[in-house]
Every structure is written in C-alpha cells, then in structure tokens.
Write a protein that binds this ligand. Structure first.
Ligand SMILES: [Zn+2]
Length: 187
C-alpha cells in the first residue's frame, strides 16, 4: 500500500496551525496566531493576541478608535508572537535557530523579541500597512539580525478535518468547562 498523497508540507502544516490558534482570540477585528517551532520541527509554543496576563478580556477595551487612547486596544493588547514567546517555558536554547509561523507579519516590538530570543526564520501569511514606520522598522530589525522572512500565500483556505465536538449537553457552560468524566463513578 502506498502512503497517503497530498499531505501538507511542514510550512503549510505550521501556518495552518497558526491560523487555527488564532481562532481563540477575543479581538473582534484582528485575530492573529503564532506557532514557534524548533529547527527539528518540534512545536515549542503557541500564542494568539489577547489581553495582557492578569487583565480579563472583559476589562480590555477592544476598539480601534476613541477620543481617549486609553480606551482603545493599542496600549494593552499582547501580540500573538509575544504571547507565544512568553508561553514558552522550556530551554531558551531551543528557540535559537528556530522558526515562528504567524498569520500576520510581526510588528517592530515583536521583531525585537524575536531577534532577542535568537529565532531565525519567520513564515507569515499576510502583511498589513507595509509602508508604515513600524513595519519598516520591523524589517530593518530583522534584516540587521539576519532573520529570514518568507510569505506563505495560500490559494485555498486550509480545511482542518476536525468535527464539531459532540458534548453531553448543549448548555454553554458544559461545552466549555464542565465536561463530566466518563468514568466518574469509579475511583
Ligand atoms: Zn507585535
């Protein structure tokens, strides 16, 4: 029997995973996902954009514009790349020479963290505001640090072959938090 055909390449696989990671983001406009991968294809960490640690998503202002800058998301939001780096609890040596897959080209602040941790490759799906100063600064930081970046454009949406979970109850609380173990009666 021959092996399955048309399996995704590593790059397609990890950028597809980054897109899946992004779906947990509470940001109503921009959902970003990041996957950090060691040079031997081990997944090291995941992250998506959200409120900073300790600040609830309800507390967080999610708007892009307001007369008061403190009532926009910009001073607060933790980016996917920064969260993926913060979520990584293993040896920093693994990050060195690794890659990060992101659904959006990193901003300058994330570029600083990426070069600081020794990550050497960035695979991104989209880039926004390419002429804006922060994106220009990001490229300058990455160029100087010798970090390579590659755009992965996809002709089709990735179809993730997972079904919708069938929970024991349609109750939202049960869906998200209160699954009852099947072996609840046993010790
Ligand atoms: Zn960023």
């Amino acid at each position: 029997m021959d092996q399955r055909e048309n399996i995704p390449s590593w790059d397609e696989y990890f950028i597809g995973l980054a897109k899946y990671v992004a779906i947990r983001s509470k940001d109503p406009v921009t959902q970003v996902g990041a996957v950090i991968v060691a040079s031997d294809h081990r997944i090291l960490s995941l992250g998506y954009n959200g409120a900073p640690k300790g600040m609830s998503d309800e507390e967080m202002p999610w708007g892009k514009t307001s007369d008061n800058p403190l009532e926009t998301k910009y001073p607060y939001v933790a980016h996917a790349e920064a969260n993926a780096i913060a979520n990584y609890k293993g040896s920093g040596r693994d990050l060195e020479g690794g890659s990060i897959y992101v659904t959006l080209f990193p901003c300058n602040q994330c570029a600083i963290q990426i070069v600081g941790r020794g990550i050497k490759n960035i695979y991104y799906e989209k880039i926004k505001n390419e002429d804006r100063w922060d994106v220009q600064a990001s490229k300058r930081i990455l160029d100087n640090a010798g970090v390579k970046y590659y755009q992965i454009s996809q002709s089709n949406d990735i179809v993730i072959p997972v079904g919708k979970p069938a929970y024991q109850s349609e109750n939202q609380e049960a869906k998200t938090r209160k699954l009852v173990p099947e072996n609840n009666n046993k010790k």
